[in-house]
Ligand binder design. Sequence first.
Ligand code: ADP
Ligand code: ADP
Length: 231
Amino acid sequence: NGHVRFDNVAFGYEPERIILKGVSLDVPAGTSLAVVGPSGAGKSTLARLLYRFYDPTSGHISIDGQDIATVTQASLRAAIGIVPQDTVLFNDTIGYNIGYGREGSSQEAIEEAARGAAIDGFIAALPHGYDSMVGERGLKLSGGEKQRVAIARTLLKDPPILILDEATSALDSRTEEAIQSTLSAASRGRTTIIIAHRLSTIVGADQIAVLDAGEVAERGTHAELLAKNGL
Ligand code: ADP
Ligand code: ADP
């Protein structure tokens, strides 16, 4: 499960300024869709609509054939995991941060999630390192390590649908490459919506949609888009 569909979805944060102008997308369960396009095109807005931070002005979004407007907030959140661009951590251990909001998770499950995100050596460490009481446990996490915590949180949640909202955009290209393989492993078997502006991050996606000024300007596989553009 995890079949995501956008049917003719229109939306504006303000009624007089339409951001999405009838977007239709079909993401079969377990496949990946990369949404690319210039800044301001409405890519993150698509993700916000799927998570129901906002509702479309018209059109429908469904998961496994069910309109998300009719699904409880709790089951929608259970179905979708998000790795955002910047992850803000509490000043507590990495293990605590991974388990936060996942009350009742066993220590084993937290460790397994940490392993899946390749951050298992850090579980007892503190992220910010500004607490003078923590001594050698204090640790300042890099941007890449923070993203690994976000990935581990998602693995712990184990959702059928994963949104990567510019998850590697804030990282330098070497760190991005390292995180990329962790993300591919984390997204295996899940419906994954990748929001990106760098082509390098989406070559492996099953389909790519180019969003421009609130409309799907092009769609296809990476190879199809290259061929269509004579490359
Ligand atoms: P992208 O992710 O493609 O860069 P966004 O979906 O973030 O684009 O934004 C699309 C448009 O919506 C932009 O013009 C942006 O300024 C506008 N926008 C985004 N969030 C809000 C908001 N909360 N209120 C009003 N306008 C917004
Ligand atoms: P939760 O922690 O509620 O189970 P997730 O693990 O999927 O959900 O989300 C991680 C965190 O990111 C949550 O606190 C959520 O509110 C936040 N979040 C959700 N969407 C976005 C977004 N587009 N950008 C930044 N943060 C987001």
